[in-house]
Write a protein that binds this ligand. Structure first.
Ligand SMILES: *Cc1c(COP(=O)(O)O)cnc(C)c1O
Length: 428
């Protein structure tokens, strides 16, 4: 086996979870070409080994400090959830649908955290009846809604208060802290919220939950956020007047997508852990709390590949276009239409023509009748034609379920999990 050309951005990313044999890119030891023939295109492929590695490397970096809950909105496929639960992760959900998926994947109710700015009565009622680790309170109406639903129950409802931090947290692609947000309660107004929850017999107020931003690649910034979260937790505990049981510091750990981005430095993140542990231990009201982080993207993004086949290669006024059977209806994020401010290309490869030098710069268009349907704008590739495959890397998170699958009536892609040298269809 040879490694992938390390000089291209796609090659640098592919080198970690994937290998190359002859002309073929292999995922979990199986040529992508073979998977495309067996399961048809377009398809998503997820590599269980890569997910396990991501989980275990993070767990090692945070050892002695924080437990990991997988935020399943990144990829709610039950086979994917099952892999991470198997590594010891809890889960974080944001709807009753996700609760059902987590349970069907084997998550124990007490290991499920339920966030989300708009939880309906039916959702709250179901998780309270069936069991939940914590509901993260995000509005006064939600507090009252749970009170009404839980009236007459003897067991208190386990909750934490979600807060929107004051600190403008730099470095994330979509910053959620420090500015107005529909999520949780503003940090500045927490005292009133704490008093409101404490005044009710309905709740077992266990802790706090902060989520400051997503796609953060700088370990120092993450550690800074977490230190802020611990400090706020201490203040909340003092207002409550007793120790906290949980402190949820959120997700947001980034992965590299674009040229010039480097992977989150886990060794550097680990170097912050002793100071974070010391800060937590210094306060008797936070000392015994279970600290949680809840990444989504970091755990599953690098493990996934989206594969499509070229239907036509054409030139329009001097520009090269590859039209494929896959597009934004399956992979909105790669098309740059999932909240990105600047549209930059995800790493793209020709997974069955790996040995060849990139000789063409092509736009990769999907089959939809809209100019938004572009999987890449300037992909450097061999000169591909009808029948050739393209693969979009870093596609395991915010892929299929974050895409407008119904738009234009094309079929859903297959989802395939590769594990232990075997590939199996895991589409729902
Ligand atoms: C989406 C979300 C996450 C996961 O975010 P990533 O950036 O994928 O790590 C974690 N917690 C909450 C509350 C979320 O909404």
């Amino acid at each position: 086996m040879t490694s992938i050309d390390p000089l291209t951005p796609a090659g640098r990313l592919a080198g970690d979870p994937f290998t190359v044999e002859g002309a073929d890119l292999l995922i979990g030891g199986i040529p992508v070409k073979v998977l495309a023939e067996r399961f048809g295109t377009p398809l998503y492929v997820y590599d269980a080994g890569t997910m396990r590695r991501s989980h275990d490397r993070l767990a090692a970096a945070l050892a002695g400090f924080a437990a990991i809950h997988y935020s399943i909105k990144a990829n709610p496929n039950p086979a994917v959830i099952k892999v991470l639960i198997g590594q010891g992760a809890g889960v974080e959900i944001a709807s009753l649908g996700e609760y059902r998926l987590a349970r069907s994947a084997g998550a124990a109710p007490e290991n499920i955290l339920f966030a989300g700015p708009g939880k309906r009565a039916a959702e709250l009622e179901a998780v309270i009846a069936e069991g939940i680790g914590e509901i993260h309170l995000e509005s006064l109406e939600e507090i009252a809604r749970i009170e009404r639903l839980a009236a007459g129950r003897s067991a208190p409802v386990p909750v934490a208060i979600r807060f929107n931090p004051v600190a403008e947290v730099q470095g994330g692609a979509m910053r959620m802290g420090g500015r107005p947000a529909p999520f949780g309660f503003d940090e500045e107004g927490l005292d009133g919220v704490i008093d409101r929850v404490q005044s009710s017999r309905t709740f077992d107020l266990r802790g706090v939950h902060m989520f400051a931003g997503t796609q953060i690649l700088d370990a120092d910034i993450l550690a800074g956020q977490w230190a802020h979260g611990l400090a706020v937790a201490g203040r909340v505990a003092r207002r409550i007047g007793r120790p906290l049981k949980t402190i949820d510091l959120g997700g947001g750990l980034g992965i590299p997508y674009f040229a010039g981005e480097a992977a989150l430095d886990l060794a550097r993140l680990a170097s912050h852990v002793p100071a974070l542990v010391a800060a937590q231990q210094a306060d008797p009201l936070t000392r015994d709390a279970r600290v949680v982080v809840e990444p989504g993207r970091f755990l599953v993004g690098p493990a996934g590949l989206y594969v499509a086949r070229v239907l036509a290669a054409k030139t329009s006024r001097g520009a090269r276009f590859l039209v494929t059977d896959g597009g934004m209806h399956h992979h909105l994020a790669a098309s740059g239409n999932l909240g990105q401010i600047i549209k930059r290309d995800y790493p793209v490869l020709a997974p069955a023509r790996m040995g060849e030098a990139a000789s063409v710069t092509a736009a990769i268009a999907g089959p939809l009748c809209t100019p938004l349907d572009m999987l890449a704008r300037k992909a450097a590739l061999p000169d591909l034609g009808e029948g050739d495959l393209i693969a979009v890397l870093q596609s395991g998170a915010y892929g299929l379920t974050a895409s407008p699958v119904g738009f234009l009536g094309h079929p859903a892609p297959a989802e395939v999990l590769v594990d232990g040298g075997e590939a199996r269809l895991v589409s729902r």
